[in-house]
Design a protein. Structure first.
Length: 192
């Protein structure tokens, strides 16, 4: 079996007082740099076909940060949107292909949150980000050619790493989506 992801099962633990850091693409010269001025939330392994994954990994590890906490701080001209028709506008380096952040511009429950890969951290900010909390869209790797008969091995790998597996998102994120939908339809009024 290919690696789930280098962070999964590595023993990595975040620091609850982590204040952010810089993420960089893989270019050796003039890398795109993104600065996050806070820690991330909902960090998770994702099996979807759209997220950027490191070489030989079955899953990406992706988290969110409030949009106002993300700034492109170097070489923004190298960024391009991978798929302009996608809800999450994944901004990748034109040269190395690494996704630096994904942004939602349409009316959506997660609008205002940017999706990032904290493994792209460099230097002193590399450690401390929130560790992965769960695995989402696990069955989606089958759609990318993974043998369905090997899925118990994948789920067991996550279980051994202490992560729950879902074929959607975690219950807390699914509740946020359902609340947004109910508020839009008028079946649920916010308790502000």
């Amino acid at each position: 079996m290919a690696s789930l992801h280098p962070l999964i099962g590595s023993g990595y633990k975040g620091n609850p007082n982590h204040a952010g850091g810089k993420l960089s693409c893989h270019c050796k010269q003039n890398p795109v740099e993104v600065t996050l001025s806070s820690d991330v939330a909902f960090n998770h392994a994702c099996g979807c076909s759209k997220c950027w994954k490191p070489a030989n990994a079955l899953f990406s590890v992706v988290a969110v940060v409030p949009r106002e906490k993300l700034a492109v701080t170097a070489n923004a001209s190298k960024l391009r949107v991978v798929d302009p028709s996608a809800v999450i506008q994944r901004n990748a380096c034109k040269d190395c292909g690494v996704h630096l952040f994904g942004r939602i511009e349409v009316d959506h429950p997660f609008k205002g949150l940017d999706f990032v890969h904290t493994e792209l951290s460099q230097g002193a900010g590399k450690d401390g980000w929130q560790e992965p909390q769960f695995a989402g869209f696990v069955s989606s790797i089958i759609e990318q050619g993974y043998d369905p008969e090997k899925m118990p091995e994948v789920r067991n790998g996550f279980k051994q790493a202490g992560l729950e597996t879902y074929d959607c998102l975690s219950p807390a994120l699914m509740d946020l989506i359902a609340t947004f939908t109910a508020q839009k339809s008028g079946t649920f009024k916010s308790k502000l």
